[in-house]
Design a binder for this molecule. Sequence first.
Ligand SMILES: Cc1cc2nc3c(=O)[nH]c(=O)nc-3n(C[C@H](O)[C@H](O)[C@H](O)COP(=O)(O)OP(=O)(O)OC[C@H]3O[C@@H](n4cnc5c(N)ncnc54)[C@H](O)[C@@H]3O)c2cc1C
Length: 379
Amino acid sequence: MYDYLIVGSGLYGATFAWFATKAGKKCLVIEKRPHLGGNVYCEEVAGIQVHRYGPHIFHTDDEDVWRFVTQFVPFNRYTNSPLANYKGEMYNLPFNMNTFRQIWGVTTPMEAIAKLDEQRREIRELLAREGVDTPRNLEEQGLSLVGRDLFEKLIKEYTEKQWGRPCRDLPAFIIRRLPVRFTYDNNYFNDRFQGIPVGGYNRLVEGLLAGVECRCGVDFLHSEYRDWRRFAKKLVYTGPLDAFFNHCYGELEWRTLRFETRVLDVPNYQGNAVINYTSHDVSYTRVIEHKHFELFGNAVYGNPRTVVTEEYPVPFLEGMEPFYPVNDGRNDALCRKYKALADAEKDVVFGGRLAEYKYYDMAPVIKNVMDYWKADGEV
Ligand SMILES: Cc1cc2nc3c(=O)[nH]c(=O)nc-3n(C[C@H](O)[C@H](O)[C@H](O)COP(=O)(O)OP(=O)(O)OC[C@H]3O[C@@H](n4cnc5c(N)ncnc54)[C@H](O)[C@@H]3O)c2cc1C
């Protein structure tokens, strides 16, 4: 008999297992994939750590979370500074003085502020003429936030590729904010702590799950563990929320990505870890060159080969990995109904991005588990 049966070995399940074990509880982790770690799992290809389910950059402002993860593995100094390629024109992201210089030729913050204000005026005046207070769709929202030039070159077609629909047909809430910086600073995140585990995320997961009994290739929903009370006092479920309840109210929608990964016989393919392709000309949204997550400067030339991955957004179909919840009105209403069922489940913890039907970065997932154990008073 276990204290906890933990379904899923992603960061939620693995962190939960660590805290439970520390509190003297006996855990069994079951994982339907053939490996542990969920979406942060890495594979070594051509001597390079490849983030198999999309690039993962750890970032947080929370010192407790940073201290927690760095006890298992040192983190490198990777700083996310993606670029955008629009029909061969290169722009720095997030929007900052470098981007404004590249798109408008302005060089001072005052010039950039004036230009941005002029760009936003068009949509402000249109909405005022039509007696509308707030943007009615994603196109109006994007134009209100950053004006036509930035919206059309760097947001519109990229977002349409991501969602498979024109921005005019997408709800405004998808982009609530578009950070704009009037400094020459290409660091994507504002957080104090950022990096990638040296040697890859598997080392972090191995640290979290050290000494914990784990079984891979076991799908909770189609195994004897479905009758979990026979095995454990409590269940921690990190799989999809609707699947736990046999989709009794219907299916929650997801978006996902298809990855095409190639090994190339060149030492440095694109000079950066992440390049967004923001026009319809190419159907992928990003190209990732994995070695730049772990090698910096001329160290990239130490390995004569490189690994690149193109990311293609696709609608979710049975058998794929669900990545991004579609938090529109229909799905949020459905999710509330499932959450009411979840609340009534005694002795089951629903946690993580699948069971909460919510996009979470890694640090908040870990924080949620830390808070759970603090509130429970067991650690
Ligand atoms: C493409 C992409 C890029 C991302 N990039 C970043 C980033 O740069 N920075 C960042 O902070 N966050 C990033 N994230 C978010 C990060 O992946 C999540 O925060 C993290 O994976 C959440 O962990 P989790 O345990 O909730 O989910 P998961 O990692 O998905 O783990 C859930 C596990 O449960 C297993 N499971 C599901 N159902 C069953 C079942 N029935 N039986 C057994 N096992 C089951 C799954 O196989 C999976 O291993 C990214 C996410 C995606 C999709």
